[in-house]
Structure formats: structure tokens, C-alpha cells
Design a protein around this ligand. Structure first.
Ligand code: DGY
Length: 426
């Protein structure tokens, strides 16, 4: 049974391979996306190590001279996606968007190096300066006050586009009138599984604002009405800082800069802890308040070395969530008033979140819970195929079909549990 699905997963990756990069799925997402590439590389690594590194090298072709890495690289034209390169108007070659996404890349490179030894080190040596430049950009331009945590300026930068956590900060963002036919996503996927038009109009307002500001990092930071310290983005960046420091050491480079970001960020993360709720929450920099919405992102600090009592408290909350969903891990607690079982990041289960949480649980010594995340994911694929996301109560497949990161993580997980590339189990 499992073997059949392995071959299907391989077929999905091969069908979405455009030569050096992989589209997340045909039709809905026809270009290269930043954080998708990290997860996709974990799958390619099972088949062909060199192809995994190629995925990241191709992504970095889109890097700007200031270190910024866009969330989409438009390697080829495709009229089936909105907003395409002409809407972004970043004037770069290759054409790209002008916002970023969670930098889940250094941990992937380190994971690949650990699996492929000397060969991997030689490939990683080429990527290292690119990664360092990206991390420098984020710590410099997205943390202008030097707090240790970075801001995102657009919900798309979090990767969790329509998370309920962005509802309140988005209220400050004007709506950019958008005829519903401008959207292409709802031609590929039922509208009730996608963000709503009122969200899209705000997403587009931010794009037009950044375009007017010429994508200048300082102007965009100051002028954006959406400025949020997202707990998910920061947990992933700090995890990536730790991996980058480790990579520096393996390559004979100086690890002190990434290590410094990591240490400072770990103490700053305390500002996001919500004792009463028993998990981490994002901070709205415009209001100065933590956002009172609980989402799966609030557990991602498990990727980091946390004090034991903190881990125990977080695990108590984790277990309460476990009790509410048939399939782990829901992006929102099913009993929350803002839960929507089918709507994108407002309830469904996503493969990358299961993967990241499992790495965090392995790191902190919870193999049973980590195994449950893996088993539920495998069961979802068995039941519904390689979908973009899944209904947490029924297991119904939702969103895009033949989805690359789902297939890639299935391959990476088919043979057993995986350990994070940093931390005690590395
Ligand atoms: C989309 O188009 O849905 C993406 O998430 C934005 O990058």
C-alpha cells in the first residue's frame, strides 16, 4: 500500500518539475515559491541529492543585490496566476514578486549536508553566502529597532495567508477594489477553500503600496499599515539562524554573526509568550499588542531550545488541540469561533506544519506525539491523495491537487521519523 503511494509521490514531483525548479502544483501555482522550495528539496533529496540543491540554487537566482529573496520567482510566463509579474512590477531579472516568505532554507541545506557528506558540503559552500545575505537582510531591514525579532509586512510573507491572526491587523489596510474575475485562484479551487475577496483586496492594496515605494526596504517598513512580528516566521528564522551557524562551522566560516542573531532572538521571543493561553502569539507592531488568536504557528517555537517548564506548558496546550481534531495538526483549534474547516489557513491540516512540529517534538523528546503527526499525515495521503491541505475532522482533501510539498514530505517521511538537523538529536 505504502509503496504505491511512494511511486505516486515521485510522479507528482516529476510532473511538477520544470527543470531546476518545481511548481507547487499545476494551474493554481505555476511558478517557484520560496518556502515551498525548502520542503520540496527535502523530497528531492530522497531521489537525487543534486536535484535537491538545484532547487535551492534556482530559487536564489531570484535574490536581489541587497540580499532580499522574493517569495515568487516568475521563471516563465503563465497567464493562469494573479497577481503576475506585471502587477508586481519589481523590474528584476528574473522577474519576481517584491515580498518574502519564511526562510526555511538553511535547515534544509544542513539536513542535505548531513545526508550527503563531502559532496553536500561542496554544494552548500555555494549556497552559504546567499543564505547569509538573506538572513542579514531580514535582521537588518525587518528589525530596524534591533529588538531581535523581525517584522512581516504582508500576510503572504507569513506563508499562512488568511490565518485568523491577521484579521485584526488587516482591518487597518484599505481595500484595493478588485473585480472578482481578476482572481484566478478561485477558477482552480472552490472559493470556500480560499481566502475571501475582502482579504484579497487588502493583499493587493499592500502590493500596490510597495510598488509605489519602489520596494525600498526602509520606506516599505515605515509605510506599511500591516507590520507584524509573526511567531511562525520568527521561529523559522531563528531555527534557520541556528542551522546557519552550524553550517558556518562545518564550512570553516565564522559562525558568530548567525549565532548572535539566534541568541538575541531567543530571549526576545519571550515577548510573544501568552501564559494564560499556554502558547505563543504574534505581535501587532502598529498597535503594540499581541494578537488574541491561537493558531498552529504558536507551537512552532518548539523548533527552538526552550526552558523545560515552558515546553511542558506548551505541550499541555498541544494535547488539548490533539483532543479536538481527528487528524493532526489543525491550523486553528476546531472549537475556536474563527475556525473554518475548509478555508485555507483557518482550520485545515498542512503537511509542512506537521513536519516542522514533528521536528520540534523530536527535539524536545516527545516521540509519541511526533509519531502521531507523521501517522496522521500518511493517513491523510492514503485517504485523499497529495492535496494542498486537508479537513481536520473528516480528512477530505482540499485546495490544489498533485501538490509538490505534500508529495515531497511523503517521500521524506515514508521510511520513518526524521530528526531536526540541529539540537540534541542532530
Ligand atoms: C497565493 O497566491 O495564494 C499565494 O499564497 C501568495 O503567494
Amino acid at each position: 500500500m505504502l509503496r504505491d503511494r511512494v511511486q505516486e509521490a515521485v510522479d507528482v514531483l516529476r510532473a511538477n518539475d520544470r527543470g531546476g525548479y518545481t511548481v507547487p502544483t499545476q494551474g493554481l501555482y505555476p511558478f517557484q515559491w520560496l518556502w515551498d522550495s525548502g520542503f520540496v528539496a527535502l523530497g528531492w533529496a530522497v531521489l537525487e541529492e543534486k536535484r535537491a540543491f538545484d532547487e535551492l540554487e534556482t530559487l536564489f537566482r531570484g535574490q536581489w543585490e541587497n540580499g532580499f529573496l522574493p517569495h515568487i520567482v516568475f521563471h516563465r510566463d503563465d497567464p493562469g496566476y494573479f497577481p503576475g509579474p506585471e502587477v508586481w512590477g519589481t523590474g528584476r531579472e528574473p522577474r519576481s514578486s517584491g515580498i518574502t516568505q519564511p526562510p526555511f532554507l538553511a535547515p534544509v541545506v544542513l539536513h542535505l549536508v548531513r545526508a550527503s557528506g563531502e559532496k553536500g558540503l561542496a554544494w552548500a559552500r555555494k549556497l552559504y553566502p546567499r543564505l547569509l545575505a538573506l538572513h542579514r537582510f531580514l535582521h537588518l531591514h525587518r528589525d530596524s529597532e534591533g529588538t531581535g525579532l523581525v517584522a512581516v509586512l504582508h500576510p503572504w510573507e507569513t506563508g499562512m495567508d488568511n490565518s485568523p491572526a491577521w484579521d485584526l491587523p488587516l482591518k487597518r489596510v484599505p481595500r484595493h477594489p478588485l473585480p472578482s474575475e481578476a482572481r484566478r485562484d478561485t477558477k482552480h479551487v472552490p472559493p470556500e477553500e480560499r481566502p475571501q475577496l475582502k482579504d484579497y483586496e487588502r493583499y493587493l492594496y499592500l502590493v500596490s503600496l510597495f510598488r509605489r515605494l519602489g520596494y525600498d526596504p526602509g520606506f516599505c517598513y515605515r509605510e506599511s499599515p500591516f507590520r507584524v512580528v509573526d511567531v511562525g516566521f520568527n521561529a523559522l528564522l531563528l531555527f534557520a539562524d541556528e542551522a546557519l551557524a552550524e553550517l558556518a562551522q562545518l564550512l570553516g566560516e565564522n559562525p558568530s554573526e548567525p549565532r548572535g542573531w539566534w541568541q538575541k532572538g531567543l530571549s526576545a521571543l519571550e515577548a510573544l509568550w501568552e501564559e494564560e493561553a499556554g502558547l505563543y502569539r504574534s505581535l501587532d507592531l502598529c498597535s503594540g499588542r499581541r494578537i488574541p488568536r491561537d493558531t498552529s504557528a504558536g507551537f512552532l517555537p518548539l523548533l527552538l531550545p526552550l526552558p523545560r517548564p515552558r515546553v511542558e506548558r506548551l505541550m499541555a496546550t498541544f494535547r488539548a488541540w490533539m483532543g479536538e481534531a481527528r487528524y493532526l495538526f489543525p491550523s486553528v483549534l476546531p472549537s475556536a469561533p474563527y475556525f473554518e474547516a475548509k478555508r485555507y489557513w483557518r482550520g485545515p491540516v498542512w503537511a509542512p506544519v506537521n513536519w516542522l512540529l514533528a521536528w520540534g517534538l523530536v527535539r524536545h523528546g516527545f516521540p509519541k506525539e511526533a509519531a502521531r503527526l507523521r501517522e496522521d499525515f500518511l493517513a491523510l495521503v492514503e485517504r485523499s491523495g497529495f492535496r494542498e491541505y486537508y479537513h481536520p475532522l473528516t480528512g477530505e482533501g482540499l485546495g490544489g491537487q498533485g501538490f509538490s510539498w505534500t508529495a515531497a514530505l511523503y517521500l521524506a517521511w515514508a521510511r520513518g521519523q526524521s530528526s531536526p538537523p540541529v539540537g540534541p538529536s542532530a
